[in-house]
Design a protein around this ligand. Structure first.
Ligand code: NAP
Ligand code: MG
Length: 502
């Protein structure tokens, strides 16, 4: 990699960006940006160029104390948990408007932090606003009187759905805005207060969400933000002032958090990794599949938890599937994530880049055949220092290869062969994970039957998208609990039954 020249287009484009936050010294506590206690700093790097363009405080336990203390006071003594759900829903609607006003700041900051192509990040604000608006519609569910008779006729019980308390929200770097909002919106509607810790590579886009929350008039202390390393996340998870933890990230870190919460008997929601499969049935329409392939199997340069990166093709059509997948992936433009035509950007971090290249090498060493890609991409125009890996398709993949079993989290697809549908289902289910999945086929009943047999939290038929109103969660090593839907709201509630004589 050589240093970028100053007149390179990618460098010039970045020099012209007006981003609301670059180098910051503060965290958000008790309704205000407040200087962090320690002196440590964490850099923010543009993965398309390798340039450090921002920095944030590397928080200390004192910062966590301040943020949790603020959330604790807002919960124990403040008005937020005592508002009616409809009153809180009105705030959520205002937050949605404020988020939409900041769509461009959100998109560009997100793209500069993690290299998500702007074609992806441009939708972040609308998606976040949609999540706030969806949860606002659930105020009526919280307000509905719930009185249940004793089965023996001896009285009745009033069932209360109370906010669970102070919630720690910990997020990964791949979708730094929406993986927080999907926790924040139901927590706020429920009446909880929160402390957010974003991932180290992506601490700045979330500040724009905090600005939207503040502009919507959410009371001081309800939403707090700290920045710092995984060590700080550990301090937050174990803090005595926290009542619930909601985490999205890797399975190894999820296990540590689960262990800590187990010891503390602290409720926890874990959305973890995945290794999902797309079952291509013999009657699949491959042209139609080609149109949704990148979104469902390579979204965000392969850095999406639920995408189906293992494609299971019937032996009778194996070569046809390999040709279609190869042509589709090869046609997606890789380049500057700020370019609206870019489909594939860089890996989000240097360490992820190295990990993905190791997986590519292991695939080649184990005998898989790269039909496109298969190495680091060398791009010009100022992107020489970026973390680009060529979008890669591996054919002749067998189930025991590492690339077939482990989550790669980069632009790499594997195509496996099956003989009959039972074998396809067995291959799809032969994984430690259980997050997403897809079935491609024209016979709707047959496709639904296969979807029903997949041991996973979500399955798409001929397309994949998450629905704000339907539960999303992982089985096995993909996590505990669910987000989205009423089920996602329930994770922020604590029930109380008040028994009385009727
Ligand atoms: P990660 O390394 O597990 O980190 C996630 C978050 O946890 C970061 O904020 C991280 O801080 C923090 N953290 C690290 N160690 C911690 C500890 N001991 N206690 C508390 N917090 C700790 O995951 P990532 O590399 O950012 O993200 C990629 C992973 O997320 C992939 O495995 C992907 O599948 C998964 N993911 C899952 C979903 C889903 O919904 N199921 C969605 C998206 C991504 P630092 O950044 O400072 O280390
Ligand atoms: Mg990590």
């Amino acid at each position: 990699m050589t240093a970028a020249t100053h007149d390179a287009p990618a460098v010039a484009a970045r020099a012209g960006l007006k981003l609301p936050y670059t180098h910051v010294e503060d965290i958000f506590v008790h309704g205000a940006w407040t200087p962090a206690r320690g002196t440590g700093r964490n850099p923010v790097t543009d993965p398309a160029t390798g340039e450090v363009w921002g920095s944030v405080p590397d928080g200390t336990p004192e910062d966590v104390d301040a943020a949790v203390g603020s959330a604790r006071r807002a919960f124990d003594d403040g008005k937020w948990p005592r508002l009616t759900p409809s009153e809180r829903a009105a705030y959520l609607l205002r937050i949605a408007e404020e988020v939409e006003k900041r769509a461009e700041e959100l998109s560009l900051t997100n793209t500069r932090e993690n290299g998500s192509p702007v074609s992806e990040s441009a939708g972040a604000a609308a998606n976040a606003a949609g999540i706030f608006r969806y949860f606002a519609t659930l105020a009526g569910y919280l307000e509905r009187e719930d009185v249940r008779a004793f089965p023996n006729g001896g009285g009745e019980s009033v069932v209360r759905r109370e906010p669970i308390g102070v919630c720690a929200l910990i997020a990964p770097w791949n979708f730094p805005i929406n993986l927080v909002v999907i926790k924040l919106a139901p927590a706020l509607l429920a009446g909880c207060t929160v402390v957010i810790k974003p991932a180290s590579p992506t601490p700045l886009s979330l500040r724009v969400i905090i600005d939207a929350v503040a502009a919507a008039g959410v009371p001081a202390g309800v939403v707090n933000l700290v920045t710092g390393s995984g060590r700080l996340g550990d301090v937050l998870v174990k803090h005595p002032g926290v009542d619930k933890v909601a985490f999205t990230g890797s399975t190894p870190v999820g296990r540590k958090i689960a262990a800590a919460c187990g010891e503390l008997l602290r409720p926890v929601t874990l959305e973890l990794g995945g290794k999902s499969s797309a079952v291509v049935l013999p009657d699949a329409d491959l042209d139609a599949m080609s149109k949704v392939l990148i979104r469902s199997s390579m979204r965000n340069t392969g850095q999406t938890c639920y995408i189906s990166t293992r494609i299971l093709a019937p032996a009778s059509r194996y070569d046809e599937v390999v040709d279609m997948v190869t042509a589709t992936i090869a046609a997606g433009k890789q380049g500057d994530p700020l370019d609206p035509d870019t489909v594939f950007g860089p890996c989000a971090t240097e360490s992820q880049y190295r990990t993905v290249l190791e997986y590519v090498d292991s695939g080649l060493a184990e005998g898989a055949r790269a039909t496109t890609g298969g190495r680091a991409a060398s791009l010009g125009g100022g992107l020489e220092g970026g973390y680009f890996v060529e979008p890669t398709v591996f054919a002749d993949v067998t189930p025991e290869m590492r690339i077939s079993r482990e989550e790669i989290f980069g632009p790499v697809l594997c195509i496996l062969k099956y003989d009959d549908v039972d074998e396809a289902v067995a291959l799809a289910n032969n994984t430690e994970f259980g997050l997403g999945g897809l079935v491609f086929g024209q016979d709707a009943d047959a496709a639904l039957k296969v979807a029903d047999r997949m041991d996973t939290g979500s399955v798409g038929i001929n397309f994949f998208a998450s629905n704000h109103a339907a539960p999303f969660g992982g089985r096995h090593d993909s996590g505990l609990g669910t987000e989205y839907g009423i089920e996602g709201l329930n994770a922020y509630l604590s029930y109380k039954s008040i028994h009385r004589r009727a």
